[in-house]
Design a protein around this ligand. Structure first.
Ligand SMILES: N[C@@H](CCC(=O)N[C@@H](CS)C(=O)NCC(=O)O)C(=O)O
Length: 216
């Protein structure tokens, strides 16, 4: 019998979007439970019983809950090795994980709702903060793609010829960059990877606008 998978998520959450992409890449279906970040549903005692982090996503497999999107995606990779999201050799895996961390540790925490609310109220200062840290991180990501390419791993995806773990982070991060009007024109490798991904059926299905809790 297939596992029962439940994803606690929010349509515009980039960390939730990552997990939707990883699930979709592996052909896995999850039931979605919406946690409305705008009404602070992530801070309720009901959600704390699911995840004490007060963050989405949380993934429940047959009643066991997992938190932290990187750990969740690595778990999916180990439980369902094909199609692989990570390359097979250790050095390449380290390069892919580093690309992931540039976004996971270097950008996303700084654009997080509860962080930016502490920094400033909504307005130009908040937007400038977002643009600064997203652009800084994505420029580093682009530079790493150039270094990896020089080592022989060409695109069109973030690492080589197939959609992988780094793309699971890049696609949502570029979505957030575009929402914040970050200038991406000097990032040709990132744009190439986005172009290669954008019409894959599971990428279309994972898009925030395609989620049942999307507000248009
Ligand atoms: N490191 C966590 C980060 C999760 C996270 O920051 N989620 C955001 C949405 S993308 C959230 O729930 N924010 C709620 C808040 O800031 O109050 C992960 O990768 O799962």
């Amino acid at each position: 019998m297939p596992n029962k998978i439940v994803l606690h998520s929010y349509w515009r959450s980039s960390s939730s979007y990552r997990v939707r992409l990883a699930l979709g890449a592996k052909g896995l279906h999850a039931e979605l439970v919406s946690v409305n970040l705008l009404t602070n549903a992530q801070q309720t005692p009901e959600y704390a019983a699911i995840s004490p982090t007060a963050y989405v996503p949380a993934l429940t497999i047959d009643g066991e809950t997992f938190v932290e999107s990187m750990a969740i995606m690595e778990l999916l990779e180990e439980l369902h090795p094909e199609p692989a999201l990570l390359p097979s050799d250790p050095r390449s895996r380290a390069h892919v994980r580093a690309l992931c961390e540039i976004i996971n540790a270097g950008i996303q925490p700084l654009q997080n709702l509860n962080v930016i609310r502490k920094v400033s109220s909504e307005g130009p200062a908040q937007k400038a903060w977002m643009q600064h840290f997203i652009a800084k991180g994505l420029h580093a990501f682009e530079a790493r793609l150039a270094a990896i390419e020089a080592r022989g791993a060409r695109g069109p995806f973030a690492f080589g010829a197939t959609f992988g773990l780094a793309d699971c982070l890049l696609v949502p991060q570029v979505y957030a960059a575009r929402r914040n009007d970050v200038d991406l024109h000097a990032m040709p490798r990132i744009l190439r990877a986005i172009e290669a991904s954008k019409n894959l059926p599971f990428v279309l299905a994972a898009h925030p606008d395609a989620q049942p809790d999307a507000v248009h």
